[in-house]
Design a protein around this ligand. Structure first.
Ligand code: PEP
Ligand code: MN
Length: 357
């Protein structure tokens, strides 16, 4: 990936880059765009041939005829090409045509039957496979889809994080829920993880922020939708950007950082701060354990005179106190709320064991 730099560590960080339009719209579109994308040295060019549209009546991709347009792009510039597959027939068509990779879209990853059918069709194919997260925030569906593809013997499987659907207001088109891809990577440390910054962002102004977070979380690369003339795009017009915009607003501005350094002064400093953090963590856990012992004590008292565990007034009071103190200590309301909820659930469990034993 060409958006590399050598800040701080002096070492180049290399990332995988997939660029291209949401949909393949014509051979001329792809050839014009391809020429402007050469500067980024993308690892793959993406373009949708069959588009899964949420509602009927919208542009659904040009279908089979677009395969030839993609091949012309590959032949002219030597790019590797990839597209979305949603059925065994799609796999067969692009595999026979010589595509280098395919991705499984968010609306397909949700259904194990579809994924299995695609996996069977991929058996023996030489293509790389990218698996997008399902539209709903379900880590196990995502993991399961990756496993289904790996099980048919595909060696090169990568995950693409494209955000999750939600109902309500957000500045993003699909909310990132970064903890899900982080957990995926914790469970499968060797898996290559990319961020599809376009489908998370939904608009050009958010692209850099999302790309920078992904890089700071050590993602292995990015996918972005680039179109020669975004406002005229037949799908996802709002989020696509021109090659010039991508260069000026993302590639030139993003900062790539290394995961590790051999700088011994830095490593010593970090080590000493981390050891202080570890001591604080131990104190927090030991205080929590003391707190649970007190909750158990209350449980035994409640049991004696048959009083229920959950006391709504007391819970309201605790939430109020936490929010008040949390605010004074510069802790976010969201964090304070999840913390007190976690403590409360654990307390209830401790009381319940004592009372119902
Ligand atoms: C796409 O990449 O154009 C697409 C439809 O993606 P997703 O499956 O993430 O919605
Ligand atoms: Mn799209």
């Amino acid at each position: 990936m060409n958006i590399s730099n050598s800040q701080s560590s002096g070492k180049e960080v290399s990332k995988l880059l997939i660029l291209g339009p949401c949909s393949a719209e014509s051979e001329a579109q792809l050839l014009q765009l391809g020429n402007d994308l050469l500067q980024f040295k993308p690892d793959f060019i993406r373009a949708g041939i069959w588009k899964p549209r949420t509602r009927p009546g919208h542009f659904q991709g040009f279908g089979e005829q677009a395969i030839e347009w993609m091949l012309a792009l590959k032949k002219t510039y030597g790019f590797k090409i990839c597209t979305e597959v949603a059925t065994a027939n799609h796999v067969e068509l692009v595999s026979n045509a010589g595509f280098d990779a395919v991705w499984i879209g968010a609306r397909t990853t949700v259904n194990p039957f579809y994924v299995q059918e695609i996996a069977e069709a991929l058996k023996g194919a030489e293509m790389d496979v990218f698996v997008k997260n399902p539209i709903n925030p379900d880590l196990f569906l995502w993991l399961g889809a990756i496993e289904r593809i790996q099980q048919v013997g595909i060696k090169s499987v990568a995950a693409i994080h494209r955000g999750f659907s939600f109902y309500g207001n957000s500045v993003y088109r699909n909310i990132p829920r970064w903890q899900i891809p982080i957990e995926l990577k914790r469970r499968l440390p060797d898996l290559c993880l990319l961020a599809d910054i376009s489908h998370i962002s939904g608009k050009p102004e958010n692209l850099l922020e999302i790309a920078q977070i992904a890089m700071d979380l050590n993602y292995d690369g990015l996918m972005a939708e680039i179109h020669p003339n975004p406002s005229k795009a037949l799908s996802d017009a709002d989020q696509q950007v021109t090659p010039a915009y991508f260069k000026k607003e993302i590639a030139d501005k993003i900062i790539l950082r290394s995961v590790q350094t051999s700088d011994s002064k830095f490593n010593r400093n970090i080590k000493s701060i981390r050891s202080e953090i570890d001591q604080i963590d131990e104190k927090i856990l030991s205080l929590l354990s003391e707190r649970m012992a007190l909750a158990e004590h209350i449980g035994l008292n409640k049991k004696e005179i048959n009083i229920s565990i959950f006391q709504p007034d007391r819970w309201d009071e605790i939430v109020e106190r936490f929010l008040h103190f949390g605010k004074a200590m510069n802790l976010s309301e969201e964090f304070i709320f999840s913390l007190i909820e976690a403590i409360h659930i654990e307390s209830i469990q401790h009381q319940s064991i004592k009372m119902n034993k």
